[in-house]
Design a protein around this ligand. Structure first.
Ligand SMILES: Nc1ncnc2c1ncn2[C@@H]1O[C@H](COP(=O)(O)OP(=O)(O)OP(=O)(O)O)[C@@H](O)[C@H]1O
Ligand SMILES: O=C(O)[C@H](O)CO
Length: 445
């Protein structure tokens, strides 16, 4: 991205932010085009990240009328751009994040709190750049691409109020455990609205956006799933994207894909859809996720059209994306994509055994991987799932079901057939959540 920016601007970048007067270029670092300041090792805000954030803020504050500040923002930005408000230390900020994460807060809630105690988040970066113009080039790692949540929305006005913070504190029972400095801020004026309120009068906002900022989503799960579909079509598959809002337990999702795969091969796509509606794992998944349910309603129409052409699906590819979760209860090593691929394999194997029907006209393989190239705390991006791996595993002294129970998908796939079902891409340098592809491939005699 830095390279791309360099070629767009021919300009100078400080840790991802560049400020250029229209038609010329600001020299940030003795003529060097790019200055990279690394921080936030292990995705936690640290001193180097604080130094980078301060430098970026000062670039923004130094930008004037007639200049354009380009901010490239990716997921992980919350940890990469920490600059607590005066009176709150970096350690205290980390404590709040840890307390909320451990208590089960989701990313929206976590970032709501982060915005409250930050000098960069919740639009403050954009406010620092005013009256310069700002362009935000944003890579989304959040379902639905909400600009105010991705990286805690440094270029988007926040609607967070003091009341929201109190509500969150009470919801997660944190009133006593929050650092004293934050408790003091909260008790100072329970009715006051914080966030960008103090400067809102001077920085114009229209329809929920800053008038001087133009934000563009340049990378997202939607783009990634559409690109995957285009690729599948180019190699001879008929491809359909189900959803890019997939959430819920990875294991349940694996079972859903297995049921769909099995029923589609046994009796066609139409019956697979009706069967899925009766499947408890699917009913549970969509009950919790209206976006997935809505996408499924659209999918039914698309699948019905494909069913007319194909009857039973062959050389067909169903794609989805999003960010499932794994509630880790076992002592094993794995990631949500490897767990999803293992759950798919176990369930598909079970369904095939129960039905006892002969091999169908096509093979089903599930590909599940994280677009950042790292699935959980492992060196793999994800794994391939297939019903036959359970039999191979047994022959190799491995127990797929037990590995799943212990959340040990990585150890399982590493040991199976010399690790050939693991997908190892290396770090990709970007993150637009996870992608799942269910491939139906014709078996040619
Ligand atoms: N043994 C395990 N089996 C399956 N999943 C696991 C296991 N241990 C951790 N995870 C999952 O890995 C994820 C944590 O890894 P990571 O730090 O890469 O997540 P993340 O920061 O949410 O991911 P990303 O950076 O891809 O958004 C969590 O979703 C967690 O549930
Ligand atoms: O940085 C963050 O806040 C998360 O990755 C979501 O964008």
């Amino acid at each position: 991205m830095v390279g791309a920016l360099e070629s767009i601007l021919g300009g100078h970048i400080v840790s991802g932010v560049a400020s250029v007067p229209v038609g010329s270029v600001r020299d940030f670092n003795n003529g060097r085009k790019v200055r990279i300041m690394e921080g936030a090792a292990h995705n936690l805000p640290d001193q180097p990240a604080l130094c980078a954030a301060e430098e970026i803020l000062s670039v923004c504050r130094g930008a004037g009328e007639g200049e354009v500040v380009v901010a490239v923002i990716s997921g992980g930005g919350s940890a990469l751009l920490p600059c607590p408000i005066p009176g709150v230390t970096l350690d205290e900020k980390r404590t709040v994040t840890e307390l909320l994460s451990k208590a089960g807060a989701n990313i929206k809630e976590l970032n709501t709190f982060r915005k409250f105690i930050s000098q960069t988040k919740g639009g403050k970066l954009a406010e620092a750049a005013y009256p310069a113009q700002m362009v935000g080039l944003i890579l989304s790692d959040v379902i639905g691409d909400p600009l105010d949540t991705i990286a805690s929305g440094p270029t988007t006005p926040t609607r967070t109020t003091h009341h929201d913070i109190i509500t969150l504190t009470e919801k997660y029972n944190l009133s006593q455990s929050l650092p004293q400095s934050i408790q003091n801020i909260l008790s100072r004026d329970r009715n006051q609205t914080r966030g960008t309120e103090s400067t809102r009068e001077t920085v114009p906002i229209e329809n929920g956006s800053y008038k001087h900022v133009h934000n563009v989503i340049v990378g997202s799960n939607r783009l990634a799933t559409e690109a995957a579909a285009a690729k599948a079509e180019s190699v001879g598959y008929r491809a359909v994207v189900w959803s890019h809002s997939v959430q819920g337990e990875a294991r349940l999702l694996g079972e859903v894909f297995a049921t769909l795969a099995h029923c589609a091969v046994e009796s066609g796509l139409r019956s697979a859809v009706s069967e899925l509606r009766k499947t408890p794992s699917f009913v549970n998944l969509i009950r919790e996720n209206p976006a997935m349910a809505r996408d499924f309603d659209h999918l039914k129409g698309k699948l019905a059209r494909i069913a007319e052409d194909m009857g039973r699906p062959c050389d067909f590819c169903l794609i989805s994306g999003g960010e499932p979760i794994v509630t880790v209860t076992g002592d094993g090593k794995g990631g949500r994509n490897q767990e999803l691929a293992l759950a798919f394999s176990v369930k598909h194997h079970q369904l095939k055994q129960e039905s006892g029907s002969p091999a169908g006209p096509c093979e089903c393989v599930l590909v599940s991987l994280g677009t950042d190239g790292q699935d959980g705390p492992t060196d793999a991006a994800g794994a391939l799932g297939h019903s036959s791996i359970l039999t191979t595993a047994t022959a190799q002294g491995l127990d797929g079901e037990e590995s799943l129970r212990r959340n040990d998908s990585h150890s399982f796939f590493s040991a199976l057939d010399g690790g050939q079902y693991l997908l190892r891409t290396g770090l990709t340098g970007t993150n637009v959540m996870d992608i799942h592809c269910l491939l139906f491939t014709s078996i040619h005699p």
